[in-house]
Design a protein around this ligand. Structure first.
Ligand SMILES: [Zn+2]
Length: 377
């Protein structure tokens, strides 16, 4: 996305108005479901009169509030399952120009004045080749309940293994979805073709899931905000797996028209020893206007859902508001904080994942061989 494109984005709505929109949407949703059912019933008697109404309009809500909510079965990753093996969709990708030179590099936050208490919460939905990772509905349901905007960085394969959840996220006006590669490979150590496919296959998966959503012809774009939003044609943000990149992979991402989004500081939620209390303390002690925070919503975050139930109310008490990353960047496009490379706290610290990633690559190869050796049913 170019700087000019960032500037052209609509101004974010206030949290208050979002809340109002969502409570209106919920009450209207029940009525819409009822009227869709009535229309459907009468159409069985008068099909010619109704064919346009059902097929051509966007009158139906896609999901009931109950269908949007998750269950404990969704949370946990499943390892070593044949369901994890997916082929990327073969698609001609929607075009996008390379990133504007002013926005190339690694974005870590925005310098906002102390009184402009706005931050971006981000949640990674990583999925490696041998797993179907989770959908932590405890987090997503809570964000919806609280009217908290957020950005999700989804693996392309995650989107395919969670097609309906993906559709729900990318059409929710509270959320935006960015690219987290096809299968979560460390882009510092992969070959040129794998680097390219990790970026492009995730985009192809996004476009496929977006197309599946469009095929439902759900009610979108109502002026009062009572409907789902129409997802953009393609993603414009990218997050590197392991928070690790080098000059080659960073250039490839920016050349593909994607802004590289790191974080101002990490919640530390993938560490099993990270308690909810420690996470709350870490976030509240380091938060500042314009910060981008990283969590996980794929079942890899330990205690994330529990910690957020304290972090979000406390941040609200402190006067903070939550925006998607795109909206945060648009608030001060000339004050975006960038680095020349990816890192967690200091330059070079995410390079330590190279050895781990090399070991994982061997596991992925083993898994692929096992899957290919299985008889096809
Ligand atoms: Zn990840």
């Amino acid at each position: 996305m170019s700087n000019a494109a960032l500037m052209r984005l609509q101004l974010p709505q206030s949290e208050q108005s979002l809340r109002q929109r969502f409570s209106m949407a919920r009450s209207r949703m029940k009525l819409t479901i009822l009227s869709a059912a009535l229309l459907s019933a009468s159409c069985s008697f008068l099909p010619a009169a109704c064919s346009g109404a059902l097929a051509g309009s966007r009158d139906a809500m896609c999901w009931t509030p109950a269908e949007l909510r998750g269950t404990p079965n969704d949370w946990k990753p499943v390892k070593g399952t044949p369901a994890a093996f997916r082929r990327p969709p073969l698609r001609a990708l929607a075009p996008l120009a390379p990133v504007d030179p002013r926005l190339r590099g690694v974005i870590r936050g925005v310098r906002l004045p102390p009184n402009e208490k706005i931050i971006a919460l981000t949640f990674d939905l990583c999925e490696e080749p041998y797993e179907v990772s989770g959908y932590d509905s405890r987090i997503i349901d809570y964000l919806r309940d609280e009217g908290v905007e957020a950005t999700f960085f989804a693996g392309g394969k995650w989107l395919l293994t969670h097609d309906v959840r993906g559709q729900q996220l990318l059409s929710d006006p509270l959320f935006e979805v960015g690219n987290h590669t096809w299968e979560h490979r460390n882009l510092r150590i992969v070959s040129e073709p794998v680097l390219k496919s990790e970026i492009e296959n995730a985009e192809a998966a996004y476009e496929e899931v977006r197309q599946n959503f469009e095929g439902r012809r759900c009610k979108t774009g109502a002026p009062d905000g009572s409907a789902l939003s129409r997802p953009p044609e393609r993603m414009s943000l990218f997050r590197f797996p392991f928070g690790a990149c080098d000059e080659r992979s960073l250039n490839a991402v920016n050349d593909a028209g994607l802004l590289a989004i790191q974080w101002t500081f990490a919640s530390g939620d993938p560490a099993p020893l990270q308690s909810s209390e420690k996470m709350v303390k870490a976030v509240l002690s380091r938060v500042r206007p314009g910060a981008i925070l990283i969590f996980h919503a794929n079942g890899r975050g330990w205690h994330t859902a529990e910690a957020l139930r304290e972090i979000i109310p406390r941040l609200k008490e402190m006067g903070y508001k939550f925006r998607t990353v795109s909206e945060l960047l648009k608030l001060a496009p000339d004050k975006i904080e960038k680095a020349a490379t990816c890192y967690d706290n200091k330059p070079g610290d995410s390079d330590r994942y190279d050895a781990l990633a090399a070991k994982l690559e061997l596991q992925y190869q083993k898994f692929e061989k096992q899957i290919k050796a299985q008889p096809r049913g």
